[in-house]
Write a protein of this length. Sequence first.
Length: 138
Amino acid sequence: MPEAISNTSPMLYLYRIGGLDWRPQLFSEVWIPTAVFEELEEGQRKGYEVPDPSAYRWLEVVDPRATPSEWLALDLGPGELATMAVALENPTRILLLDDMLARRTAQAASLQLVRQIKEGFMRRRLILSTNCGLLFEC
């Protein structure tokens, strides 16, 4: 079963369709960096419908040791940067991102990405693929 590192939006998409309960069928582990944890907490403070990251005991907070300096010049948020940096340090894990610039940056760094995250989550039609982790049916 794949292990994942998630940015904020994929967690939000899963939460909004009741999909966080699917975690045992999708991933053996899910990591998020502190920046993602804080983005979710900030959403709660503002009254948005977001998951409470502390309510999911299976969710592990893992931070990168470093972030490539060339990424800092890109128009990416702290959650995206930290998520990709953790994935760079843990290349066997699958990366959950939806931002196009973040996805292109991750692909250029040869990181494993789940494809079509937003469309798949929003359509609620999920399939597992044995050869490359998760794919979402369009």
